[in-house]
Design a binder for this molecule. Sequence first.
Ligand code: FAD
Ligand code: EPU
Length: 340
Amino acid sequence: MPLFLPHFNIQKFNTLAVPAVANYFVSVQNDEELREALAFARTEKLPLLILGGGSNIVLRADFPGLVIHIKTRGLDVVAENDEYVWLKVAAGENWHQLVEYTLDNGYYGLENLSLIPGSVGAAPIQNIGAYGVELKDVFAELAALDIQSGLTVMFTNESCQFGYRESIFKQTLKDLYVITSVTLKLNKTPALNLQYPALRSALKEIPAGDISPEQVSAAVIAIRQSKLPDPQQVPNVGSFFKNPVVPVGQFESLKLRFPHLVSYPVDDSHMKLAAGWLIDQAGWRGKEVDGVRVHPDQALVLTNPGKREGKLILQLADRVIASVEELFGVTLEMEPRVYP
Ligand code: FAD
Ligand code: EPU
């Protein structure tokens, strides 16, 4: 039986370093302990927070229930052919350590996703993405426990309904499943994705044919370190808002008013706007309110240097949303999940 710790401080378990207490906290090392933790929550009628690295949550207040910290381990090649390897990874494995493991073993496809904090089990929740690659590009299937029935259910790439920072686990199946493992389909020969302009320009000195996946990973790490604060030093959850997707008509009228608007095509009828640029133009970059700051190097990141309460972070987020709405008529949506 895993150890249930009552009245537990979870400040060190969320990368915004918000001070908050959970009624109960338990770390689970394997699926059996996870089942026991879920049974405890059912018996005690406790609300649940399934926690990985805590790098994409905002704690609005103390958590009046059971926090289950997923610490399961394991990486197994479950199938392979001449071209691909299928790697099954336990939910509690660290994402970046997984990226390093794949590069060390000659399995390719994760290099653009280097240095994203957090756990493997959380990666499908928002279909993590960076530098032109998303989890869905390498995802084969996942196993999850149905919290109500305790049954294991498999989800294919299609049934996860992945989108930009989206999946079925943030929509109709929100908080109904615990992901226990993720299986990735990785290349045995490098197939590099260098379409992201900042990445291409970081590697421009190397002839295209000579670029290795390790060099892509190193370039991604260098770009990230140049603009994103290290949560160990400055508490944050990465991008605080999603980049808004707007209809082409709205984009065109904004572009007339703001010729420098930063945007990317999504499909024939939609454009994605750089939320960091919008927040920056609204004058928020580097501003601080109540010990919560808009990051000076990347206005899309809110930081919590004063380790203040979650409600103060959410208050600043509301003010940023209101300014961007007023100036551009665009409503920003938060990326991290808010608890309780
Ligand atoms: P947590 O914060 O612990 O949880 C996030 C959500 O997932 C919660 O709703 C939680 O309940 C749920 N969850 C966690 N584990 C499970 C599970 N096993 N089963 C079911 N639900 C679960 N994200 C990107 O996409 N791209 C980036 O480039 C990126 N850069 C970042 C940079 C920094 C500096 C930081 C701090 C964050 C960044 N993020 C980025 C966000 C974050 O790293 C990812 O969302 C990551 O997947 C969160 O993992 P986690 O384990 O910390 O999740
Ligand atoms: N910009 C500004 N001012 C700012 C911030 C950005 O003008 O203060 C401009 C930049 O100059 C650039 C554009 O906005 O032209 C986009 O900025 P950047 O390349 O830094 O990327 P982003 O759109 O802000 C997204 C993801 C990141 C991901 C990077 C790389 C979202 C919400 N964020 O950031 O993901 O790492 O692209 O792919 O999609 C995360 O989700 O937590 C995260 C960090």
